[in-house]
Ligand binder design. Sequence first.
Ligand code: SF4
Length: 322
Amino acid sequence: MTTSKPKRVLLANPRGYCAGVDRAVITVEKALETYGAPVYVRKEIVHNKYVVETLRDRGAIFVDETDEVPEGALVVFSAHGVSPAVHEQAANRNLRTIDATCPLVTKVHNEARRFARDDYDILLIGHEGHEEVEGTAGEAPDHVQLVDTAEDAAKVEVRDPSKVVWLSQTTLSVDETMVRVKQLRERFPEMQDPPSDDICYATSNRQVAVKTMAPDCDLVLVVGSKNSSNSVRLVEVALQYGAKAAYLVDYAKEVDESWLDGVGTIGVTSGASVPDILVMDLLAMLEKRGWDDVELVTTANERITFQLPRELKRDLQQVANS
Ligand code: SF4
C-alpha cells in the first residue's frame, strides 16, 4: 500500500518586492499621476512581466533607447541604472529625466568611478548583456572588464596585479560569486574587495530563505520573470540546496500539473521584482489542490525603504503646495 506524503507549503520570508523595486514602481505610478500619460520608461522599469504590463495599461511607454523618446518628453530610467552616456544622450534630446536607479546600484557605480579615478583595474563580476552591468561598466569603460564565466576569470589580464579590485552586479548568486572571487584571487592575490558588499541585502536575504527551506522541499516554485536575474538565481539555489525540483513561473497558471505528482512539501518564494499578489494567486491555486497548510519560513526581517528620486519629490512638493 502506498501512502501519500502530507501536503504542506513552506512560504519564504523575505520574498518579493525589495526597497529598490518598490521605489521604481512608485516612481512611474506617481509620474503618471503628476504629469499624465504618456510617461516614457527606458527599458523595463523592473524585470517583471506583470508590473510592466500593468504600468503599460496605465500609460507608460517602454522603450529600449532614449532616441525612441520624442524630443522634450519625460523619461524614467529603470531601477537597473544607466551609464553616463545614456544621461548625455537624454540631455542632447532635451529629455526631462527621472532617475529611478536603485540607490544600491548607484553605490556600485560610485565605487567604479572611485577606483577608476585611482587607476585600478576593475573586474566586474556579472552577467554579460544585463542592463545593470552595462550601466556600471559605462561609468569607467577604460578600467572595467566583465568577468561572467570561469573561463573569463581564467583569461582576464590586468596591467598591475597590485592595483586590482573586484566589484559585482547586485543580483548574483552569493555562493557562485565567491567561487569566482576565489578563482580571481588565486591569480591576483592582492586583489581588493569592494568597500562593502555589492550583492544587495534583498538578493542575499531571498537566497538565505531558500537555502533554509530547500532541503525539506520536494518542489520549489519561484514566482518571477525569466529576465529577472535574482529570480533565476533562486531556482538555482533551491536545486543546489536540496530541493528535488524547482521552477520559475510568472503566473500560477504556468504551473504544470505534472510537477505536483507525488509531491508533499512545496517551497514558495518570489524574486525581488514580484508583487505579492502573484504569490497569493499561486497559494490559492495550490490550496485548491490540497496544499492548504502554509508555514512561514522567516530568516530575516527587512525594514529598508528608499526615498523617491529627488526630481520627482520636488515636483510632488510643488503640486502639494499649489
Ligand atoms: S534587487 Fe537589490 S539592487 Fe536591485 S533594486 Fe532591489 S534592492 Fe536594489
